[in-house]
Each structure stands twice: as C-alpha cells, then as structure tokens.
Design a binder for this molecule. Sequence first.
Ligand code: SAH
Length: 251
Amino acid sequence: MNVIVLEPSDFIGEGVVRLCDRRREHARKHLRAEPGDRLRVGLLDEGDEAPLPNLGHGEVLRCDREALELRVSLGERPPAASGIVLALALPRPPTLEKVLQQGTALGIKRFLLFHSRRVEPSYWDSSLLAAAALRRHMLLGLEQCVDTVLPRIEMHRGFAAFVEERLEQERARGVVVVADPEAAEMCPCGGEEGSLCLVLGPEGGFVPYERERFAGLGDRMVGLGPRILRVETAMVALVARLGGPPTVLWK
Ligand code: SAH
C-alpha cells in the first residue's frame, strides 16, 4: 500500500478522516505511524471528467488499535493514465483478480470483459463480478501505484455484438490490437499515435473463427514470440511494449 485511498464516508469532520479497517492496520503495523507523521493519501475519484487533484498527505492525529485519524490536505494530480483500453475474454476469477490489480497499477482506466467460445460460461456467474468485488481489486491496484482514479469496467456477454459493435467505437478512435500467440507479426514497441485497444484471448485461446473475425474487421493481430504466457503475464508484457514511446535499443 503506497497510498491510503480515502472515500467520502471516511470523513468525520472538515479535512479529518477516521479509518478503522485494514488501512489503520497498515499504518500501525507496517508504517509504524505515530502522531505527527505524514502519510501519502488520496481521495478516490470516480468521476468521468479529467482527474481531480485528489492526491496529498495526511498528518497522523491518532494511530492505535482502534483508529487511524488523519488531517488531510490534497491538491496534487495523480499520474497520467495509460491510453490503452484493455479488452479481456473473461478469464477464470483468480486470473481476473490479477489482471485487474496489475492493469490498474499500470494505469489502465477502462476494462472491457467479453465472452468468447473458450470462456467457461460459469465464470459469468462468479461472485467476483459483483461491483464491490471488482472495485476491491482495482483499489488494491490504485494503492500500489499511488493513483486515485477508479477504472471503469464494461461487460459484454455476446462475442459478435462486442466485436462488431462495441469494438467499432475503438476502431473509430484508434487501433485495435489483438494479442495472439499464432500471429505472424511481432508486437511493436510503442510509437502508436492516438488511442489503442488491446484485446487478450481466454486461457484456451481464440478459435479460428474468432481470429478471422478480428482480422476481417481490420484489427492487428500481434504476438510476443513462441512462448505461451499466462494472461496476466502477457497483459503486463503487452502494455509495457505498446504503452511507451518508441524504443531505441542501446548501441
Ligand atoms: N492455447 C492458447 C493459449 C492462450 S494464452 C492459444 O494457443 O492461443 C491466453 C491469451 O494470452 C492469448 O489469447 C493471448 O491474448 C495472450 N498471450 C499469451 N501468450 C502470448 C504470446 N506469446 N503472444 C501473444 N499473446 C499471448
């Protein structure tokens, strides 16, 4: 936890919060916070507009077994978001947890979960897909990377409508890149102007019809080489490659 993320309900007075949950525990056990210490805090931003200057510090007023109380002063902007929209064939719940946490930590602000042939249908009934559970995992990502802006999640249970209609909006805004171990083209290293939607397949991969559908709609199929990676590993490698400026290898 590199920042304590606050919510409006934490405030007990003007600029003062009282925390009695795992955030108190973290401050007491790991930070050994004492009155007078300054801790990094941020107020969760769930808005759709430009990020608010919601990062700042909290001066410890009290930190004991019952409560952590802080006098909060905010005013700094969170780090710039990644421009990448991450579309993910719904993976099994433990994988989704990792992707949400790590994707959020890498600055992803929009996740699109979609169905495809090799997605196990029961995954759509997982308790992880409840709003509160999704939010918990994204909060862990924000706490890791010192950010305050909560990502959005969309769910699309029909493959055809997702690929033909929802992704059309992404094609209109920029490029759609489909990561597939069978792709002939190697994933480029940055340099893509404008918006980018990265699509990852399910643990069992895409079926031929699905590959043809993406390719037929003009999406770029890219690979990371012959090693088949776990979805969460492929996600990190792809976001790192695609998200940065063009790479110049050292000479
Ligand atoms: N047996 C499946 C493996 C899927 S791995 C298959 O052969 O397709 C799950 C997803 O992770 C893939 O659909 C892809 O989006 C991503 N991925 C894993 N390894 C990759 C690689 N080497 N190159 C590109 N994408 C990869």
